[in-house]
Design a binder for this molecule. Structure first.
Ligand code: NAP
Length: 318
């Protein structure tokens, strides 16, 4: 057993927001053991090496986790349970992607945006919740693009029954008439709405089970620039705009941020004692604010929870 006191798992921690968040934890908190959990072994291992050199924090490891595969998630949890690490105190559900060039499916035949951004994290958290210590925290990275009133330039979410959102063909039919880009972006904003339904329902289920774990949904704001790879599937013109033009908006709009700034805000949700007792809330950077009106639909949150539980083969109760 390591002499460190706590473990944090950061999904997709090899780049972008997750990487910056890991860096802040590593620089400020020697007592945390950090696991970067991402899909590519080489990328995650080189991120670990870089972080150790930059921060001097030795207790950082990489573990392969592909959220687009139920069996990879189960394997990750088995490996984690056997690794003899310090007690688990935090899970940061950060990994996320969007597609601009057509519909893709996970290894289990789930539409990939919904599958990775929502369902993969759902399964991961459900499998780890027993190991998560009291006074621990789960942070789920959502986005202000879930809220049409925020005027982010992204299409409004279109929530359908989870069996439709999860099925590549039915999802295509439900979004018929949209271009590939608009379809991908709509799936993305809908998955970010699902992240909030999940966070709020998870907080309710935890409360019911009398566990003392908090759940926070987090909006990092728009983070254009080379720090984020979220535009990887965009065409060259949009990619150029994302990398070189949109970052300038940071000087004019507070909703446009850097991965460094938002990585700090995300890390603080875990590290800063003033957030300790807050659960089932949405944070815009460091500030608790209301999420969209639609995101408070308890029936939908329960529907998504129940459907997700049954499709991954778990009981509804935690
Ligand atoms: N960028 C923005 O403007 C923005 C705005 C609002 C919210 N967000 C949210 O912030 C989070 C981080 O975004 P980012 O900008 O940092 O994006 P990013 O730079 O593209 O990083 C995403 C991370 O997720 C990982 N990932 C993708 N698919 C995965 C899978 N199947 N299994 C495991 N890991 C996977 C990626 O791994 P690889 O390196 O192997 O691809 C990468 O480490 C996302 O949830 C995103 O929705 C971003």
């Amino acid at each position: 057993m390591s002499k460190d006191k706590k473990t944090v798992i950061i999904t997709g921690g090899n780049t972008g927001l997750g990487y910056e968040c890991a860096k802040v934890i590593a620089k400020n908190s020697p007592d945390w053991h950090i696991i970067l959990a991402s899909r590519n072994k080489d990328r995650v291992n080189s991120a670990v090496k870089e972080l150790i050199v930059t921060t001097g924090h030795q207790n950082i490891i990489g573990m392969v986790l592909d959220l687009a595969s139920f069996s990879s998630i189960h394997h990750f949890v088995d490996q984690f349970n056997q690794a003899g690490l310090p007690p688990l105190h935090a899970i940061i559900c950060n990994a996320g992607l969007q597609f601009a060039k057509g519909t893709q499916a996970t290894a289990d035949g789930i539409e990939s945006t919904f599958g990775v951004n929502h369902l993969g994290h759902f399964l991961l958290v459900r499998l780890l919740i027993e190991q998560l210590q009291d006074y621990g925290c789960i942070a789920v990275v959502s986005s202000d693009t879930h809220d049409p009133l925020m005027k982010t330039g992204m299409p409004a979410p279109k929530y359908f029954h989870p069996s439709v959102m999860a099925d590549p063909q039915k999802s295509d039919e439900s979004l018929a008439g949209l271009s590939s880009l608009a379809k991908g972006q709509t799936r993305y904003t809908t998955s970010k709405l699902c992240n909030i339904y999940f966070s709020y329902e998870l907080a309710r289920q935890i409360e019911k089970s009398k566990r003392l774990i908090t759940v926070k949904a987090f909006n990092p704001g728009m983070m254009p620039g080379k720090g984020s790879s979220l535009s990887r599937d965009y065409n060259p013109i949009l990619k150029f705009m994302w990398n070189n033009v949109l970052p300038i908006m940071r000087f004019f709009r507070s909703s446009v941020r850097s991965t460094k700034q938002s990585g700090t805000d995300l890390a603080n949700l875990i590290l800063d004692n003033r957030y300790n007792s807050i659960t089932g809330k949405y944070f815009d950077g460091p500030k608790e604010i209301p999420s969209s009106k639609e995101s408070y639909d308890v029936n939908r949150a329960k529907e998504l929870w129940n459907w997700s539980s049954s499709v991954v083969g778990l009981d509804k109760r935690i």
